[in-house]
Each structure stands twice: as structure tokens, then as C-alpha cells.
Design a protein around this ligand. Structure first.
Ligand code: LLP
Length: 403
């Protein structure tokens, strides 16, 4: 498709996120087809990109949702995801969040500690309901990814060890207010190697077998998210390889397979567009100063993440430059030593692979308004989030202002 990004940048202004909805559909269908022949549910990890229209697009395709706050659960419901396709995970759920999740009657509350299990039991008792639960198991596997997005080792705060998980299932089974129907693990994000997933799957499948032996019947086997995507020249896991490994390790179990991809669905559907404000040449360094900043897309600053950066429709001899934003932090950059042609005021720059953990991690630091978001679908563009204004930002403060 030939898209006139310059025209879109003019129409909607910059900085701007643009998401290709056809790409998202393609990703969803590819993964769903790779599960063919098995009972499965793809629970899109809303944290990756929680724009209502993005979730609604996936809802129409049949996706469920993986949520980590009641806010995300509300988004999923509002976007049209059936309550029976929603999972609520997270290490620190508040009482009011647990209560609401039970009232909404979502598919599963995923427990991350024994203490949390007792809270859920208590609240379910108060409401006179039975809570469908799963336990997040920490299989102690090194996922071989960035330490900040690695979650499956015992030193991480997520989930519980196998022995504890077993005790929790036994307790839950006896409780009038808990119904242990699921099991869950998630060892990390941006996994480009199958082996850790295979290993974790095997460990957790063994636990399911040993639970079955004591009459605890697990119906939902949730392998978490984490499928890695290509940002640069990574060789990553294909949908088929992924599901085949899961099938092999869960052989003989009569379960519905759940997975929670976030990045896989949306990372490469999205790009971030920003305009050049100035070029600046120091003695040793070339800087391209753009109107987007770390508050819009924090991945390079936070994880030293690589995002491919290009100038849109601009020719000329390329030389290395740091692409930086206007925020008052040295860490405010999108890329270092990026090969770029000579640039002028208002030239357009694209930061690729920005559809996941881009807008959702944006902030208002430096009282910068959050960008607009646009969807492209079947050759048409449409606004899916208005650009924030100064008014939006001070709305919750103004009435308290004492002069
Ligand atoms: N399920 C659970 C329980 C998770 O914690 C996560 C991500 C996912 C699913 C989705 O993982 P994915 O398929 O997107 O890899 N902000 C970081 C990523 C943090 C991921 C947190 N958990 C980044 O920008 O790379």
C-alpha cells in the first residue's frame, strides 16, 4: 500500500502514532490459525496498546484480553470483549479491583501469591460468589531477554514457586468460594528463542498432571505472552513453531490453551512520526532535534531499545546523528548514530515498530501533551485518539488552585 505519511502528518499533526489495523488482523489470524485443531483463546495483552479502537478491532476478530488493572478490564469490556474472555493478572490487585472483577464475572483472576488468594476468597465470600482462579507459576526459567522484561526467575516478583502453587491449588479446591480452573506462567517479553518457553511449558504441564492425580482438574493452560518481534535483524519465533512447541509439551492434557501476546500483535503495526525542529552540529556530534520525545516513546531511554529510524521521502548523503527530543534529560533520545540525510525544519522522521509499549507508556513529563493516534484500515485513515491539550492536563488540578 502506498501511504502518504507526509499528508497524514499534515492532517493530524505531530508527534503522531499511526497503526496499521490490517497488519494487526493478519497477526491475529496467523496466530489463531497456528492453534488450529486445539481449543484455544488468544488473550491480547492490553498493556501493549490499550487504545479502545485497537482492542475493539481485536475483539471483532474473536480475541480475549489479558489485563493487569481494573482499568484495563474496563477498557476490554468497553471495546466489546466478552467477559468470559477476560483474564485479570498482576502482582498487586487492590480489594476494589478484585471486587469489581468478581462482579463483572470475568473468566479468570490470576493469583500471584498466597496472600492474594486469601483476599480473593474473602471478597468472593462477601459477595456470595465463587471466584474462578488460576495461579501464576514461576517456573524459574531464564528467558534470555532484557532483565527488565524478564519475569520467570525465582528472583523476580512475579508468580509463585511450584510447591507453593500446589499448596494454593489444594487450598482453593477445598474453599467454597474459589474454583481453581486455570494455570498460568509468563517468563518474559521479547523472547526470540523457543527453548525457555518449551521448558517452562513442560514444567507447568507436569504440575497440571500431578494436580489431576489429586482430582484438581485444570481447564485453562495459559502460556503467557512474550513472542519476540523483529525490531532490527533479530531472528525470532514463528507462530507455528510457537504453537507446535506448546502442543508437544501439553500432549495428553485436555485443556483450552490460552496465550497473551501483546507485542506480537501490535509492535510492528505501529510507527511513531515526529517532525524535525532543528539540526545542531557540535564539534563532534550531529543532533537531529525532533518534536517527539521520551515522554511519547520511552523504550530507547528506558531499555536502550533499538527502533529503526528513517527520514520520510528525503534523499541525500547519510551521516550519523543522534535523534533527540526537547525534554530536559540526557536520556531523551530515540536513536544514537542513526544514518540520516541532511534534514531541515519540518522534515518528517519515522520511528518504526512503535505500536507496542509506545503510547501506553507515554507520560505528560514536561507538561507535554500526549500524541494523537490514527488507524489505517483498508486504505482509509481515521483518528482513534485526539491529541491531548493543555486543558486536558490541568483539568484535575484547576479547581484546587489557590492564588
Ligand atoms: N502476559 C503477562 C503476564 C505480561 O506480564 C506481559 C507483559 C504480557 C502477557 C505481554 O507480553 P508481550 O507479548 O507483549 O511480550 N514495556 C516493556 C515490556 C513489558 C512487558 C510486561 N509484561 C517493553 O517496552 O519492552
Amino acid at each position: 500500500m502506498n501511504i502518504d505519511y507526509k499528508a497524514l502528518a499534515e492532517k493530524y499533526g505531530t508527534p503522531l502514532y499511526i497503526y496499521d489495523f490490517d497488519y494487526i488482523e493478519n497477526r491475529y489470524t496467523t496466530l489463531k490459525e497456528a492453534f488450529a485443531g486445539k481449543k484455544s483463546l488468544i488473550n491480547y495483552a492490553v498493556k501493549a496498546n490499550s487504545n479502545l479502537s485497537v482492542i475493539a478491532h481485536l475483539a471483532k476478530l474473536g480475541a480475549g484480553a489479558d489485563c493487569v488493572s481494573i482499568g484495563e478490564v474496563k477498557r476490554a469490556l468497553e471495546a466489546g470483549i466478552s467477559k468470559y474472555k477476560i483474564i485479570f493478572s498482576g502482582v498487586g490487585k487492590r480489594d476494589d479491583e478484585i471486587r469489581m472483577a468478581l462482579e463483572y464475572d470475568i473468566l479468570l483472576i490470576n493469583l500471584e501469591s498466597e496472600a492474594e488468594m486469601k483476599r480473593v476468597e474473602q471478597i468472593a465470600k462477601e459477595l456470595g460468589v465463587e471466584a474462578r482462579i488460576s495461579v501464576r507459576v514461576n517456573p524459574n526459567i531464564d528467558p534470555q531477554t532484557h532483565p527488565y522484561i524478564s519475569t520467570g526467575l525465582h528472583e523476580s516478583k512475579f508468580g509463585v514457586e511450584i510447591a507453593m502453587a500446589k499448596r494454593m491449588y489444594i487450598y482453593a479446591k477445598k474453599s467454597e468460594f474459589l474454583n481453581p480452573v486455570g494455570i498460568h506462567f509468563h517468563i518474559g517479553s521479547q523472547l526470540t528463542n523457543l527453548e525457555p518457553i518449551r521448558e517452562a511449558c513442560g514444567i507447568v504441564a507436569d504440575l497440571v498432571r500431578s494436580l489431576k492425580a489429586i482430582k484438581i482438574d485444570i481447564k485453562f493452560f495459559d502460556v503467557g505472552g512474550g513472542i519476540g518481534v523483529v525490531y532490527d535483524d533479530e531472528v525470532t519465533i514463528t507462530a507455528k513453531e510457537y504453537t507446535e512447541a506448546i502442543f508437544a509439551m501439553t500432549k495428553g492434557l485436555d485443556v483450552t490453551l490460552l496465550c497473551e501476546p501483546g507485542r506480537y500483535m501490535v509492535a510492528n503495526a505501529g510507527a511513531f512520526f515526529t517532525k524535525v525542529l532543528y539540526e545542531k552540529l557540535n564539534e563532534e556530534k550531529r543532533f537531529v532535534i525532533v518534536d517527539g520525545a521520551m515522554n511519547d516513546l520511552i523504550r530507547p531511554s528506558l531499555y536502550s531499545a533499538y527502533h529503526k529510524i528513517e527520514a520520510v521521502e528525503k534523499e541525500g548523503e547519510k551521516t550519523p546523528a543522534d535523534v533527540v527530543g526537547p525534554v530536559c534529560e540526557s536520556g531523551d533520545f530515540f536513536g544514537k548514530d542513526v544514518q540520516l540525510p541532511p534534514l531541515e525544519h519540518n522534515d518528517l522522521i519515522v520511528v518504526h515498530s512503535a505500536g507496542a509499549y509506545g503510547f501506553t507508556m507515554a507520560s505528560n513529563y514536561n507538561t507535554r501533551a500526549k500524541s494523537a493516534e490514527v488507524a489505517l484500515e483498508g486504505g482509509e485513515d481515521r483518528l482513534i485518539r485526539k491529541r491531548e491539550t493543555y486543558e486536558d492536563q490541568v483539568r484535575l488540578e484547576r479547581e484546587y488552585l489557590v492564588k
